[in-house]
Design a protein around this ligand. Structure first.
Ligand SMILES: Cc1cc2nc3c(=O)[nH]c(=O)nc-3n(C[C@H](O)[C@H](O)[C@H](O)COP(=O)(O)OP(=O)(O)OC[C@H]3O[C@@H](n4cnc5c(N)ncnc54)[C@H](O)[C@@H]3O)c2cc1C
Length: 468
């Protein structure tokens, strides 16, 4: 276990080289392309001269601290048990999507001790795991860019990477490469010194009356508690505020599955022009010849595990068969399915009932809120600016909790604007600073001094509209 990663494996088995090739099903010629680590039973992986390593960490182990549910009178009962405390923090952000990453970075920059929890193994949420690569909603009528601050900083850092982002002209909607976003988010999170737990699925909220005290996470190390002074729910689905007992609206929406297809730059133009162009060829990405293909999908309940299971399977079948159809079109034979998104495209599920709500009427009237914490944009600047009041992030009754991203308090008619990536950057940024201010001032998020919150947001580069 304590061996350096490039040393010899501890358990070299005396299998002759030829026998090993036979066991792993490689021909001598193919296997000969790799490096052979002398003294090892395994050929070394590229760049790993020592080959594999494995040790027995515990023998005949029985899982400790179990409290198995039992069946009592035909009902499954979970017994009471103590949960180990994995970590204590001031600000806990749950969900590492566009809103959560902005919230965590903003809270840290505002001076708080911050922890970010994410159920999957990467950051970016639907932007990366859902392959939703097109960033729309950062501009308003007339072309002014209203998404500034940390969201814009992420895009600027992508500008500096080769092959990370296209269409960064003023007024245009950029498209990113998901791997570049994952990379840049890790870089920014590490630079900021955030404490992170990946592979940690928030399963419950820890409560004292109506005050959130932390969350319970399910991990491969078991069910554990993370205690926090303020929690930001950036799960997109409001998992934390629902568990905490906050009021919310449960909505259905279209659920699709995004995919990427390749070799669009190898379509034979002469043969292709003799037939109608196939449908659903998507839009360009930073990788030449690779398109991302959005999918609307049916309106369904994204909180129903049966629905999620059915749609994952149905959509993948549809996409595979569709690409085969494209490939059978003269000129398009080389087009191939590169990947389906690992994450289903769930747009809206739970929406918080907040102290205030983002309303269409306010967009139309250009309402200015005294507690404005950001300005929302629209796809292709089809609307004017609309202010986002702080109250839309604060639950009506539950304390020590804020919402950010696509699950903030918003009318159903505004959901398709609120959920756009830049608008999630903006509400994430605001929630992060508000959480930090609440901790520093020893108050609840609803008691936060709005002028102070707005001042720090502006200092961090956020745009809160033009002064009166
Ligand atoms: C098919 C589709 C197409 C879209 N097209 C566009 C588009 O073209 N342009 C655009 O701007 N927007 C588009 N959107 C909207 C946009 O992608 C999302 O609304 C946006 O990513 C929401 O950001 P978020 O941070 O609020 O939530 P998410 O991106 O959903 O991130 C939430 C994060 O929380 C994590 N999480 C969830 N539950 C838990 C839990 N219990 N414990 C721990 N972690 C958890 C998730 O894994 C995820 O990382 C599209 C959405 C879909 C589904």
């Amino acid at each position: 276990m304590s061996q350096p990663p490039y040393s010899q494996p501890k358990h070299s088995l005396p299998i002759p080289r030829r026998e090993w090739f036979r066991l792993v099903g490689l021909s001598g010629a193919a296997a000969g392309l790799g490096t052979w680590a002398p003294g090892s039973c395994f050929p070394a992986e590229v760049g790993e001269p020592g080959g594999f390593q494995s040790s027995i960490l515990a023998k005949n182990k029985v899982q400790e601290n179990r409290a198995n549910p039992t069946i009592v009178d035909g009902r499954v009962i979970q017994p009471q048990r103590e949960l180990p405390v994995l970590h204590r923090t001031d600000v806990l952000v749950v969900g590492g999507g566009p809103a959560g990453v902005c919230a965590a970075l903003a809270a840290k920059r505002a001076g708080a001790d911050v922890t970010l929890v994410e159920r999957y193994g990467h950051f970016g949420g639907l932007w990366t795991g859902g392959l939703v690569l097109l960033v729309i909603g950062h501009i308003v009528q007339g072309g002014k860019q209203v998404c500034q601050g940390i969201g814009e900083e992420i895009l600027r850092r992508l500008d500096k990477l080769d092959g990370a982002i296209i269409n960064r002209r003023p007024g245009a909607n950029p498209t990113v490469d998901a791997e570049a976003v994952k990379y840049i988010m890790v870089e920014m999170i590490e630079e900021a010194g955030l404490k992170v737990f990946l592979h940690s699925w928030c399963a419950d909220a820890i409560m004292a009356d109506n005050k959130v005290q932390g969350v319970v996470v399910e991990t491969k190390s078991g069910r554990q508690a993370i205690l926090a002074k303020v929690v930001v729910d950036a799960t997109g689905d409001g998992d934390v505020f629902a568990a905490a007992g906050a009021e919310f609206e449960h909505r259905s929406h279209n659920i699709g599955l995004v995919s990427r297809i390749g070799n669009l730059d190898r379509v034979d133009p002469e043969r292709a022009k003799q037939v109608p162009k196939p449908r659903l060829l998507g839009s360009p990405t930073p990788i030449p010849g690779v398109h991302w293909v959005n999918m609307l999908g049916p309106e369904e309940d994204g909180l129903d595990v049966n629905v999620l299971t059915r749609l994952e399977m149905q959509h993948r079948k549809f996409i595979w068969r569709h690409v085969q159809k494209v490939r059978s079109t003269p000129g398009y034979e080389k087009v191939y399915l590169m990947e389906t998104a690992p994450q289903l495209g769930v747009r809206i599920t739970r929406v918080l009932r907040g102290l205030n709500t983002v309303r269409l009427e306010d967009l139309k009237n250009g309402t200015r809120f005294p507690d404005v914490v950001g300005v929302g944009g629209s796809s292709n600047g089809s609307h004017g600016p609309w202010q986002i009041p702080y109250g839309a992030l604060v639950p009506v009754k539950i304390d020590n909790l804020l919402a950010a991203g696509r699950c903030i308090s918003a009318e159903i008619r505004m959901a398709d604007l609120v959920r756009l990536i830049p608008n999630c950057f903006v509400t994430g940024h605001a929630a992060g600073v508000a959480a930090a201010v609440a901790v520093q001032d020893g108050c609840t998020p609803r008691q936060v001094e709005v002028a102070k919150l707005q001042k720090i947001l502006r200092q961090q580069g956020a745009y809160l509209g033009e002064p009166d």
